[in-house]
Structure formats: structure tokens, C-alpha cells
Unconditional design. Structure first.
Ligand SMILES: *[C@@H]1O[C@H](CO)[C@@H](O)[C@H](O)[C@H]1NC(C)=O
Ligand SMILES: *[C@@H]1O[C@H](CO)[C@@H](O)[C@H](O)[C@H]1NC(C)=O
Ligand SMILES: *[C@@H]1O[C@H](CO)[C@@H](O)[C@H](O)[C@H]1NC(C)=O
Ligand SMILES: *[C@@H]1O[C@H](CO)[C@@H](O)[C@H](O)[C@H]1NC(C)=O
Ligand SMILES: *[C@@H]1O[C@H](CO)[C@@H](O)[C@H](O)[C@H]1NC(C)=O
Ligand SMILES: *[C@@H]1O[C@H](CO)[C@@H](O)[C@H](O)[C@H]1NC(C)=O
Length: 342
């Protein structure tokens, strides 16, 4: 009995060795079968993921910094502190995060999309225009909400904050423009907080047609920005004619918004060609602001669109909002930022 048992055990052992070998071979083949096509798919997907040149996220942040209002942009509150809503599966998706909206639904949205903001994307550069009151506002320092929130933006190396200044197509009194620039430049010294600072000026409503007087006006302002230490280290000059200006203006700025209109207008004017046809320019000087995207431009359509715009402009703002598009974050803001990060 014992020998038989031994024999059986031996055979069983043998059989199990053989079957282990067969099993191992099968597993190996199975792994190959899974890994090979997957790696091909991954490689293909990588090609497909190629979004072309990186571009900066341009943000006209004309949102009043009520506590929490800038959260979709910068991670102010740690995600861990975000309370869970009682019944997450049945929460409706959060719509636009607007000033004053601080419902738990939005906390949830922020947590779900925790990968979509400045803090989560150190490899994406953000240009953020602050506008306390159609410029720096009437006082030497902006109000306490601004002095609290702006340092949270400037704390990040991938953020360049610019101060909004109106020029009214070079018709605004240039002394008043210079005073606005000075006001921004004095923020860090006056507040004693080096983080309450801008690194350049966003000149709104700059002219389109060439005019010697207007050119001298802008050229003077560029020199002022360049020579003002309080706007360093970038001393960046941004122009916003909103359309393609005379090319002589392009050289007086570091970057220019050459398109500021709806998605439909972009398509009508064949935006991509419009950009490529700008004389004496390269994409590093160009900014595109495209709003009113239809809601159905999402997923792969949104991806293709962002990819196309990245090819022609180095600074991009894209939103689905069709009213007050600079006063809040649209419901696909996170998608846009994620596509800019790829
Ligand atoms: C982001 O900014 C850094 C610092 O200015 C710069 O070195 C880098 O090239 C920028 N990257 C992109 C994609 O613009
Ligand atoms: C900051 O914003 C809140 C919410 O809008 C407002 O109630 C408060 O008065 C503001 N603080 C200052 C100093 O303006
Ligand atoms: C600047 O202000 C911010 C916001 O109030 C604060 O967190 C930071 O500590 C301040 N930095 C300095 C150097 O005072
Ligand atoms: C601009 O405003 C100042 C006063 O702030 C005035 O002295 C000057 O004449 C004005 N310049 C023009 C061109 O209107
Ligand atoms: C240029 O602008 C100045 C000042 O705005 C204006 O007086 C002048 O007529 C303009 N010249 C031309 C050729 O349009
Ligand atoms: C700008 O123009 C004013 C005269 O309007 C002049 O005093 C000043 O030196 C100019 N600044 C620069 C930097 O060119």
C-alpha cells in the first residue's frame, strides 16, 4: 500500500511538475498575448496623445476673489479637508463654479478633478490676469480678498500674474495709464509682502490699425514696463487688440491676443489659417481667446480643437461659457486644463 501510495504520490508529483510547466508555459503565452497588443496599443495611444507643442493656459481672471472663488484655478484648500457629500452617487454634476457658490457639490467636483489646477500641473504654465477694478483699482492696494488671494497665485513657479490696464485703443490719457502701472509696481513694497506682485502688464483694448501716435504711445508704455523694477523679473508686456493688429505693434509686446471671439467666429474665419498668415510673427508671441464653445464640443472633439489651437498659439484660453466668460469658470474648465497638460 505504502509503495503504491508512494508511486501514486510520485506520479502525482511528476504530473504536477509537468502540469506546472504547462501551466507556466500557458501563463507565459497568455502574458505575451496580453502584453504585446497592449504595448502596441499604448504606443499607438501615445502617438494619438501627441497634442503638439505645449502652450500656456491664459486666464483673464476677472473673478472677484470671494473666499473660494479662485479654487478652480489654485488649490487653496487641501482636498483632505473637503467634506464628502452624504450621497455622492446621486449628486448632480456641479455646473459652473461662480462667485459665491460654495455648495458641497462644488467641493466634490474639485476633489474629483483634483488633477486640473495650477498646483496639480507644475509642468503647465499659467498666465493669470488680475483686474481688481478695471485696473488696479482706486487705492494704492487692492482690498483684503485680493491681498489674501494673489500671493497664493504668485507662490507657484508656473504662474505669471499680470495686472490689467485699460488703454481704450491708445486714447486713454497716458499719464493715467502710467499711474495704473505704477500702482501695480508698488504693491510689494507698500504691502511689505513680496508675493503681492505682478510680473507685467496686460494692456486691454490696444489699437489694430497702425498710427504713429498710437505706436509711440504703446512703445512708451512698453519701455515703462521694462524699466520698472516692481514688475520683475519678467516685466512682461501683453497687448489685447482682440484681432490681428498691424504687425508693427506685435514687436512692441511679448505676447498679443490676436483672436478674442466665439468658437463659431473662429471656424468662420478659419482661425488656424488666420494665425499662420500673420506676418513677422511666430506662435510664441500669439494668444488665442475663444469662448462660447457649444456644449457638444467635448471629449475627442474638444481634444482635437485644443490640439489645433496649441499648434498656432502659445497662450490659450478656451471656454464653453457664452456670457460673462471671464467672470467664472465654465463646466468644462477642468477638461480644458487637462488637455493643456497632455
Ligand atoms: C514654463 O515656464 C518656465 C519658466 O519660465 C520655462 O522655462 C518653460 O519653458 C515654460 N514651459 C512652457 C511649456 O511654456
Ligand atoms: C471679501 O469677499 C466677501 C465675499 O464677497 C465679502 O463679504 C467681504 O466684504 C470681502 N472683504 C473685503 C475686505 O472686501
Ligand atoms: C503674503 O501674504 C500672504 C497672504 O496673506 C501670506 O500667506 C504670506 O505669508 C505673506 N508673505 C509675506 C512674506 O508676508
Ligand atoms: C492727462 O491727465 C493729466 C492730469 O492727470 C493732465 O495734466 C494732462 O493734460 C492729460 N493729458 C492729456 C493728453 O489729456
Ligand atoms: C493717429 O492718432 C491720433 C491720435 O489719436 C489722431 O489724432 C490722428 O488723426 C491719427 N492719424 C491717423 C493717420 O489716423
Ligand atoms: C514716455 O514718454 C514720456 C513723455 O510723455 C517721457 O517723459 C518718458 O521718458 C517716456 N518713457 C520712456 C520709458 O520712454
Amino acid at each position: 500500500m505504502a509503495t503504491v501510495k508512494e508511486h501514486v504520490r510520485e506520479r502525482g508529483c511528476l504530473r504536477s511538475r509537468r502540469s506546472r510547466f504547462i501551466a507556466a508555459a500557458l501563463v507565459f503565452v497568455a502574458i505575451l498575448a496580453i502584453v504585446l497588443p497592449t504595448s502596441i496599443i499604448v504606443t499607438r495611444r501615445k502617438d494619438h496623445n501627441n497634442m503638439g507643442p505645449k502652450a500656456k493656459v491664459f486666464v483673464p481672471l476677472y473673478v472677484y476673489p470671494a473666499p473660494g472663488a479662485w479654487d478652480p484655478l489654485v488649490n487653496v484648500h487641501e482636498p483632505l479637508e473637503i467634506p464628502e457629500p452624504p450621497c455622492e452617487r446621486h449628486q448632480p454634476p456641479a455646473k459652473a463654479t461662480t462667485v459665491g457658490q460654495r455648495a458641497p457639490v462644488i467641493y466634490r467636483k474639485l476633489q474629483l478633478n483634483a488633477g486640473s489646477r495650477i498646483t496639480e500641473h507644475p509642468d503647465v504654465n499659467f498666465t493669470v490676469v488680475v483686474n481688481p477694478g478695471s485696473g488696479p483699482g482706486p487705492n494704492p492696494l487692492p482690498d483684503a480678498n485680493y491681498t489674501q488671494e494673489i500671493p497664493r497665485l504668485t507662490a507657484h513657479d508656473n504662474v505669471r500674474v499680470l495686472g490689467y490696464v485699460a488703454t481704450t485703443y491708445a486714447k486713454r490719457n497716458i499719464s493715467a495709464v502710467r499711474r495704473d502701472i505704477e500702482t501695480y509696481a508698488n504693491w510689494p513694497t507698500l504691502s511689505g509682502n513680496s508675493s503681492l506682485a505682478v510680473r507685467g502688464i496686460f494692456f486691454d483694448e490696444t489699437p489694430q490699425q497702425y498710427n504713429e501716435t498710437d505706436f509711440a504711445y504703446l512703445d512708451n508704455l512698453t519701455a515703462v514696463v521694462r524699466n520698472t523694477p516692481g514688475l520683475g523679473p519678467d516685466n512682461f508686456v501683453f497687448h489685447n487688440p482682440g484681432v490681428v493688429p498691424d504687425s508693427r505693434y506685435l514687436s512692441t509686446a511679448d505676447s498679443t491676443v490676436v483672436f478674442e471671439a466665439t468658437y463659431d467666429t473662429y471656424l468662420e474665419r478659419n482661425g488656424a489659417r488666420l494665425f499662420e498668415a500673420i506676418p513677422d510673427s511666430d506662435r510664441s508671441q500669439l494668444c488665442a481667446v475663444i469662448h462660447s464653445l457649444p456644449d457638444n464640443v467635448e471629449g475627442s472633439d474638444l481634444r482635437e480643437f485644443v490640439k489645433q489651437v496649441r499648434r498656432i498659439a502659445d497662450e490659450i484660453f478656451i471656454t464653453h461659457l457664452s456670457t460673462n466668460y471671464y467672470a467664472s469658470f465654465g463646466n468644462k474648465w477642468d477638461d480644458f486644463v487637462s488637455l493643456m497638460a497632455q
